[in-house]
Design a protein around this ligand. Structure first.
Ligand SMILES: [Zn+2]
Length: 116
């Protein structure tokens, strides 16, 4: 068995111990997620030229899948909180403007009273 098929490309576990392995050439979505979530650049051609493994173990498949969901959840959560904060800020500004207008109306009322 060649080195390329003996170790997991992600965790370097020995494939015979890690159970089933999957060829990365058949998992383009996995390669993309590894880049997006782990910052791991897997270039299949370059890896092959360098002799790096071309397979991934079942555990790493499952873990990255879960982590990818979590990663997406975190991004969506941050975006949602940003929208909520922006809405609150807008509401506060509106309230401040209303209070300012009311204050101006009261002041002009007082002025017209004092003038008469
Ligand atoms: Zn692995």
């Amino acid at each position: 068995m060649a080195l390329r098929d003996r170790f997991c490309r992600v965790c370097a576990a020995l494939c015979s111990k890690a159970g089933p392995v999957y060829p990365l050439s058949r998992l383009p979505a996995y390669v993309e997620k590894a880049s997006e979530c782990l910052g791991m650049q897997i270039d299949l051609e370059r890896d092959e030229a360098e002799g790096l493994p071309g397979v991934v173990c079942k555990r790493c498949c499952q873990l990255l899948h879960s982590y990818s969901d979590f990663h997406r959840r975190v991004s969506e959560g941050a975006a949602k909180l940003g929208r909520i904060l922006a809405m609150r800020k807008e509401k506060t500004l509106e309230q401040q403007q209303q209070q300012k207008q009311q204050q101006q109306q009261q002041d002009s009322g007082v002025q017209s009273l004092t003038l008469t």
